[in-house]
Design a protein around this ligand. Structure first.
Ligand code: CA
Length: 234
């Protein structure tokens, strides 16, 4: 079982280091961001189990970061603990109804911090990832095997179960060509009849749904399909 992970968004280096030290000592995998923009990007990319979010950040405020996290389908289920400088601020945080799950006031004792972290993780249920269920992001296309969802630039793309499996298979090895026979065997669990256009029909449908990112599924003529390993053209 992989470690649980925590993203810490904090601009004060001293506090950031204390947080990381204590979390890592407890066995958490940690990601850090020094401002809100970087934090939002990391939250989308790493899908952490918990976010510790400082209220007073340069640029985007902690409140704004929290609001955006809770609006984004990719990040809205990640519990957030707000880290505030003064106890008066906690009223503001909670009053705003931004969806933070808890808060902690600086300065805090490590034990207090870890107790809050454990409590929030327990409350929000197990988001522990099992092997093979890690989200995969390839070329701006994010594949979430747990929810069976694909996101393209923040847009939720609804695929059928078969389409999802095809995307997952191709994206598991970007740049590698899979023949129609291989796709059929791995995805449908059946050998393909030479005249069968089944896989082509599925791929056509996937491309239509991917819309502006349809070109991530490339046709290799006479061979099969592959997931592009090149960056999208902008
Ligand atoms: Ca700060």
């Amino acid at each position: 079982m992989s470690k649980q992970s925590v993203l810490v968004i904090e601009d004060e280096i001293d506090i950031l280091e204390v947080l990381l030290y204590n979390l890592e000592a407890e066995g958490f995998r940690c990601y850090k961001a020094l401002d809100g923009e970087a934090g939002l990007a990391l939250a989308r990319e790493k899908n952490p189990d918990l976010i510790l979010l400082d209220l007073m950040l340069p640029g985007l405020s902690g409140n704004e970061v929290c609001r955006r996290l809770k609006q984004d389908a990719l990040t809205r289920d990640i519990p957030v603990i707000m880290v505030t400088a003064k106890s008066e601020e906690t009223d503001t945080v909670l009053g705003l109804g931004l969806g933070a799950d808890d808060y902690i006031t600086k300065p805090f004792r490590p034990r207090e911090l870890m107790a809050r972290v454990s409590a929030v993780l327990r409350r929000t249920g197990s988001r522990v990832k099992t092997a093979g269920s890690e989200r995969l992001e390839v070329n701006g296309v994010l594949i979430d095997p747990v929810r069976h969802e694909v996101f393209v630039e923040g847009r939720d793309v609804v695929l059928t179960a078969t389409e999802f499996k095809i995307v997952q298979l191709l994206a598991s090895q970007p740049g590698r060509v899979f023949t129609r026979e291989q796709i059929s065997a791995k995805v449908l669990g059946q050998p393909m009849h030479p005249t069968d256009r089944n896989i082509d029909v599925h791929v056509k449908s996937i491309r239509k749904k991917l819309d502006e990112r349809r070109d991530v599924i490339e046709t290799v003529r006479g061979v099969g399909y592959r997931f592009s390993d090149r960056s999208p053209r902008k």
